[in-house]
Write a protein that binds this ligand. Structure first.
Ligand SMILES: Cc1cc2nc3c(=O)[nH]c(=O)nc-3n(C[C@H](O)[C@H](O)[C@H](O)COP(=O)(O)OP(=O)(O)OC[C@H]3O[C@@H](n4cnc5c(N)ncnc54)[C@H](O)[C@@H]3O)c2cc1C
Length: 395
């Protein structure tokens, strides 16, 4: 069996490694000419994502490029503690890690190539057909490829999603703009590796001290109308510095100082999510990762869920006798989990975008609600998720 994998971000090369372990050949086709390295942005790889990489023996390279992140402390605009989210497996065996997105891409891609997986760059899929006994993929450079199945790992703005179901919903705008930056020389009151996140008066702010003393931070700015395609590109980093500094000027904490002193401010982008996609697969084609379900970046789970998807899909293809049967079993396993996490993140977004009255209610309720969410069942379900590569079910 040969799989055509579309997209060389996080899910693509991970799927190829998992398929290889399941005895299935694949080739990864990535549209970017030189790799899909996201510029500047950092993210948290959850203990569940690390656990999924561990199932295929590929966790070490990703772990090596990040630093441990055991917890997130939430505070109000006045600096009042609202609660703590533990971001590690409850048994303490795996701690989540914070890393630059580009470093995670590179670590996963290099590990896949080290295992002999072919990744072809500059190959943008524009069309694909299920021919009954196989799949045909057509690329923008005029090339064609044939395989037994096609796996769309082509991210939030997936082409494969629309080829499977032309009526598939598009991602929705969350009402927030996200951006971030890096600062040295501003002392902060948070333990190395742990996040402090603040519901400010006018926007949301989070920061994490890296082990080398640099502080990595991000801001989510409410912006009810979705920005026009090039609107944000016309705002340069000095203009953002000015705007963000004034947005956080009235809040307690280091947000304004960190922004003022930042040596790098990363490009701003509208935050989108894809909460539910009715059709994940048709015939020999399927979408996984952000292409199928994208929780807003607020969840801190998009990358981890994409990695879990990759491993679970390979297991299903290993264990089921038909491709269709594998896709059906995979969807039944994955859909409840990914949709629960996406809905949770959507609720968190509406807290971030709350107006003055909503903020008062939120700050009163958060200390009551958060500990239950953060340390109880929800946290265990999200961060404690474990994938066993073996055993196979009895045939
Ligand atoms: C600002 C920000 C912060 C985030 N923070 C977190 C976080 O803290 N934790 C977390 O887990 N997640 C976070 N995420 C989300 C995370 O980055 C995604 O969920 C994850 O990258 C999804 O992986 P993927 O492989 O499905 O898609 P991607 O990583 O987007 O990869 C898709 C790949 O497909 C390629 N491609 C697209 N179309 C085609 C085509 N037609 N043909 C060939 N190739 C194609 C793209 O070039 C890309 O390389 C964040 C995202 C953003 C934007």
């Amino acid at each position: 069996m040969k799989a055509l994998i579309i997209g060389g971000g996080i899910a693509g090369p991970t799927t190829a490694m998992a398929l290889q372990k399941a005895g299935i050949d694949s080739v990864v086709y990535e549209s970017h000419p030189g790799g899909a390295d996201g510029v500047g942005v950092f993210l948290t790889l959850g203990s569940n994502g690390i656990d999924a990489l561990r199932a295929i023996g590929a966790d070490a390279p990703a772990v090596a490029v990040g630093f441990p992140t055991p917890a997130i402390d939430m505070v109000s605009t006045t600096g009042k503690a609202l609660g703590r989210v533990r971001t590690s497996r409850p048994d303490g065996d795996i701690t989540s890690r914070t890393l630059k997105r580009a470093d995670l891409y590179r670590a996963i891609r290099d590990e896949a190539q080290r295992r002999g997986i072919r990744i072809e760059h500059g190959k943008r899929l524009i069309d694909a057909q299920d021919t009954g006994d196989g799949v045909r993929a057509v690329f923008a450079d005029g090339g064609e490829e044939y395989g037994d199945l096609l796996i769309g790992c082509d991210g939030l703005y997936s082409t494969v999603r629309g080829l499977i179901d032309p009526a598939a919903p598009a991602p929705t705008y969350s009402g927030l703009i996200g951006l971030g930056g890096y600062t040295r020389g501003v002392p902060v009151n948070a333990p190395t590796g742990s996040y402090r996140m603040m519901f400010g008066k006018r926007a949301f702010f989070g920061y994490v001290p890296a082990p080398d003393g640099e502080v990595w931070w991000f801001a989510n700015v409410p912006h009810p109308a979705e920005p026009a395609p090039r609107e944000l590109e016309n705002i340069n980093s000095e203009q953002w510095r000015h705007q963000l500094t004034s947005l956080f000027a009235e809040d307690t904490g280091p947000a304004a100082a960190l922004i003022r002193a930042a040596h790098e401010i990363t490009p701003a982008g509208p935050m989108h999510a894809l909460l539910t996609l009715p059709t994940w697969h048709r015939g020999r084609m399927i979408v996984i990762g952000d292409a199928a379900h994208a929780p807003s970046p607020t969840s801190g789970q998009g990358a981890s869920l994409s990695i879990e998807d990759a491993v679970e899909l390979a297991k299903a293809l290993r264990d089921q006798s038909t491709i269709e049967g594998a896709f059906t079993a995979y969807e039944a396993l994955r859909r409840p989990r990914v949709e629960r996490i996406a809905k949770q993140a959507a609720r968190s977004n509406s807290n971030k975008a709350a107006g003055p009255a909503g903020r008062i209610v939120r700050d009163l309720l958060m200390p009551l609600v958060l500990p239950r969410l953060a340390n109880g069942e929800q946290s265990r379900l999200t961060y404690g998720h474990h994938i066993d590569w073996d055993p196979r079910p009895s045939q």
